[in-house]
Design a protein around this ligand. Structure first.
Ligand SMILES: *Cc1c(COP(=O)(O)O)cnc(C)c1O
Length: 400
């Protein structure tokens, strides 16, 4: 994080291209090198070194060169003091939770989160590590207020949430939490720093799955946790060095490379998803559309306040029809691929059936099953036409 930032005050589009992507000083190559070395030459007298330190080049599990460049860039994108990049979004989530929580602490987390967050807080850490947790509808500030206990240490949520797209009021949650000395962490993966910079609303921590929009090409995994220098030192020392979910230098390099076009791509994800959502909403065969950019969506007004350039690339929708209709429609799609994940150049669709284990946590309209769609950066008319022909192939009623 020691590199000088020449691009201070410039627009994100400029900073995304330049920050962390400086020329290689050894050769003059205009793109950064990949430093695959797992270890670094030690000083004359290594005997006094702290082998768990991250601030010097010792061993790549303590911190790699390409990792450091990416951390520098993400701090810049988020306006954060410090950042730790790890092997995946889930490694970043668990490193944050591991470094902040201890036995006896209580955590409030949202009904709508990534599945691993649910597993950690609902199934794994309670018994293993004596962490108390409550699943709370974090779109309702009164419900959060009612769930606060003397030992509440952390409130964790996503906005928009995966997969219902529900919107939580970041500023209101931060105000309530800080009145009670509670920390706030936001998983910002769906919104990305292009649309939302949660530190502007006072949160303590931001987590991003870099696997998604920031890398953007569906070809590597990574995760970031951002916060104060003191807290990130804890993440490095406790979780990165001693649990070891480090990112490979090659993946850090790929993500740095992909992130150069991130603002450009994100605007297309925003525009395409809005167009597809608006089209879907008009279709007689569609039972509901969840997308924060639609005025009919419950969190729309709040989303307008918290999301700057658009509403992200993910939407969910239901069909008027039975379980297997969802599977049959997917077989007709030519542009969309049936696969999990999001933030790739290509559009992806996944069917979540009525028996999904967390369906009881979602609003009523989701209960019959639904699709989660990650809109890519293809031409938006091709995406709409693809959905239309797939609906028609199953005899579903559509309009233009
Ligand atoms: C994908 C995702 C994660 C997990 O990230 P990985 O890189 O797959 O480990 C966490 N949170 C959200 C909201 C996600 O969509």
């Amino acid at each position: 994080m020691s590199e000088k930032n020449h691009y201070e005050g410039m627009a994100l589009a400029t900073r995304a291209v330049h920050v962390g992507g400086e020329s290689d000083p050894a050769t003059g190559a205009i793109e950064p090198a990949i430093y695959m070395a797992n270890s670094f030459a030690l000083p004359y007298d290594p005997s006094t070194m702290n082998w768990s330190a991250s601030e010097e080049n010792i061993y790549t599990r303590n911190g790699g060169v390409n990792q450091g460049k990416l951390e520098h860039k993400l701090c810049d994108m988020h306006g954060a003091e410090d950042c730790v990049v790890l092997a995946s979004g889930v490694a970043a989530l668990s490193a944050l939770f591991f470094s902040q929580l201890k036995k006896g602490d209580h955590v409030i987390f949202s009904t709508v989160t990534y599945i691993a967050t649910y597993r950690i807080f609902h199934e794994l850490w309670n018994d293993k590590w004596g962490i108390e947790t409550d699943i709370v509808d974090c779109t309702d500030i009164e419900k959060i207020k009612a769930a606060i206990k003397p030992n509440t240490k952390l409130i964790h949520f996503e906005t928009p949430g995966n997969p219902t797209l529900c919107i939580c009021d970041i500023e209101a949650i931060v105000k309530l939490a800080h009145e009670h000395n509670i920390l706030v962490s936001v998983d910002n993966t769906f919104s990305s720093p292009y649309n939302t910079r949660p530190f502007e609303f006072g949160v303590d921590f931001v987590v991003e799955s870099l696997t998604k929009y920031i890398n953007g090409h569906g070809d590597s995994m990574g995760g970031a946790v951002l916060g104060s220098r003191e807290d990130m030192d804890k993440v490095r020392y406790q979780a990165q060095v001693n649990i070891g979910g480090v990112i490979s230098p090659f993946n850090a390099w790929l993500i740095q490379r992909g992130s150069q076009t991130f603002p450009l791509r994100m605007q297309v994800h925003n525009d395409n998803a809005l167009a597809v959502a608006q089209w879907l909403e008009r279709q007689p065969c569609v039972s509901f559309v969840a997308y924060p950019g639609l005025p009919s969506f419950k969190g729309h007004e709040l989303a307008k306040k918290q999301m700057k350039h658009g509403f992200g690339g993910v939407l969910s929708f239901g069909l008027n029809g039975e379980h297997d209709l969802y599977n049959r429609v997917v077989t007709h799609l030519k542009v969309f691929t049936s696969a999990v994940s999001l933030g790739n150049a290509e559009s992806l669709i996944v069917f979540l059936g009525e028996d999904d284990e967390r369906m009881y946590l979602y609003p009523e309209e989701f209960h019959g099953g639904f699709y989660r769609v990650a809109i890519g950066i293809e031409d938006k008319n091709d995406l709409i036409n693809d959905l239309r022909q797939a609906f028609r192939a199953e005899g579903l009623e559509t309009v233009d």
